[in-house]
Write a new protein. Structure first.
Length: 278
């Protein structure tokens, strides 16, 4: 019986990719409020102290978390303002093309208790199980752009939504000098979450083998500021990109320069800002 239930839950989880689209075809739109839950890499789901597979989505506007797991018989919504735990039928959860998730307009949220905060952990009980949303450990050390896109779903969404300055990209494609761009960031950092994906998009658009991009993750403060690489580079805030040409530091991308990192990088490498793209 346990094996049959496990298989059934796995099939239900897989159905998330297909069945909600059929519901939309029948004319049921997304809910006007309970929508735009974005994939989150900030938390892990623990069941009785052990990590279990889960998709965790976050909506900062409501705010609320939506948790989908084959270890649970239905998706769960956690609402910080009220501390409430609610369940919803899986068939009323619709995955969008951009990776976000909506609840359908006819979704019914069923009360399932309250959650408690234990430090940064979110504790709740459901179906006789002790569950915990725990902060995911920071992504630390040296990584490639592929590592970030594989591990941090928010970075995928942010990268897809950014359009780099075409003139700056063209300038960077022509760069023939050996360049290394080392980005110091925190996977837990909201500013990094906003801006580093922009550089990931730039890296992909430029596709110049002469320009090497590296991403160095650090822990949360205070430990992060004690990192030897942070001290060596003299980093005072993140994200910071240190740009080397022929092994010599030529400049940095810091502060407001992250609003268009490709423009600043092109300025460092080729001198002068590019013409505005039309």
């Amino acid at each position: 019986m346990t094996q049959m239930r496990t298989v059934a839950l796995a099939l239900l989880a897989a159905a998330l990719l297909v069945l909600p689209a059929a519901v939309h075809a029948q004319g049921v739109p997304s809910d006007g409020v309970l929508r735009d839950f974005e994939p989150s890499s900030e938390y892990l789901l623990l069941l009785n102290g052990k990590q279990v597979p889960a998709e965790i989505y976050q909506n900062d506007r409501i705010p609320a978390f939506l948790v989908l797991s084959s270890s649970l018989s239905s998706p769960v919504m956690l609402t910080p303002r009220t501390g409430s735990v609610q369940t919803v039928n899986l068939m009323k959860v619709s995955k969008q093309k951009d990776g976000s998730v909506d609840l359908l307009a006819d979704a019914v949220l069923a009360p399932a208790g309250q959650f408690q905060m234990d430090g940064e952990n979110v504790k709740f009980s459901l179906e006789g199980k002790n569950l915990l949303l725990a902060p995911k450990p920071a992504l630390t050390g040296l990584h490639s752009s592929a590592d970030l896109l594989k591990t941090l779903p928010e970075y995928v969404r942010g990268s897809q939504g950014y359009t780099p300055n075409a003139a700056a990209v063209a300038g960077l494609r022509k760069t023939g000098k050996p360049v290394t761009v080392r980005v110091v960031f925190g996977s837990w950092c909201p500013h990094c979450r906003q801006h580093v994906p922009m550089l990931l998009k730039v890296e992909n658009a430029v596709n110049n083998p002469k320009i090497k991009f590296e991403y160095y993750g650090i822990n949360k403060p205070p430990d992060g500021w004690k990192d030897p690489e942070v001290k060596r580079l003299g980093v005072k805030g993140i994200p910071t990109a240190v740009v080397y040409v022929n092994g010599v530091q030529a400049g940095r991308i810091e502060g407001t320069a992250w609003n268009a990192p490709e423009v600043e990088l092109n300025k460092i490498l080729n001198g002068g800002a590019p013409a505005k793209s039309k």
